[in-house]
Design a protein around this ligand. Sequence first.
Ligand code: BTN
Length: 258
Amino acid sequence: MTESEIRARLTTRILGKKIYVFDSVDSTNSRAKTLALEGAAEGTLVITDDQTAGRGRQGTPWFSEKGKNLTFSIILDPAIPPTRLGILSLCAGLAVAEAIQNMTGLPTECKWPNDVLLNARKVSGILSETVVRQGNILALVVGIGINVNQSTFMQELEDRATSLCLAAGTTIDRLQLLSQVVDRLEFWYEKMLSEEYEVILKEWSGFCKMIGRTISVNYQGIQLSGFAHGIAEDGCLLFQTNGREMKLSAGDVTIIQQ
Ligand code: BTN
């Protein structure tokens, strides 16, 4: 993938204004954070075909076979209160789910807080991070990993992960997918900037099977069973257990069973 190939496909106004393509990089999120600290503009896209130390949420690694998938990060600078930042990850999940569905016709699912599933297996993960300088949030980095044309996974991921190619039975054009994800992300990002949170939440919930169902969560080491009845405007999961209302943030929850 080259910068000009990517640029030729993008139709966005803000996202991808500046593009950095690395042959190999430890993590596009880490590199994007460094670039943001150095003054990179909003919309800067950082992408690689070979991520050597990809990072997932809660300190987990993100593995991606070289040259087969999409691993990229985008620098954003939304003028919104920090309490609304959770919704940005929902926008990213929604953008990925829509792009995959539009391109393959396969039904995608968003799993709170920000996984995208195909056939109940994870096909994409999102890692949103803040870039902080002297206690102030300078920018946000949204990192997206999508398993596109990878056809085998290491043993411990084998029964939890999938790729578009495995699910669709055909090779997928990565550039086309990238352009669609970036396009949908800009669409939802603009909705977020205009504070249309309800529209985002409604659309996201349409992709989520968990809302309106009984689920089990692991909350601070305790397993709780309860009813997931919605997503709050800050992106938290609204959960009711034993008559008690709880608002769970991503860090608190592992969904055990749906
Ligand atoms: C998760 O599901 O745990 C989140 C995975 C996020 C992976 C992407 S790949 C591009 C970007 N760079 C990283 O190091 N991580 C994110």
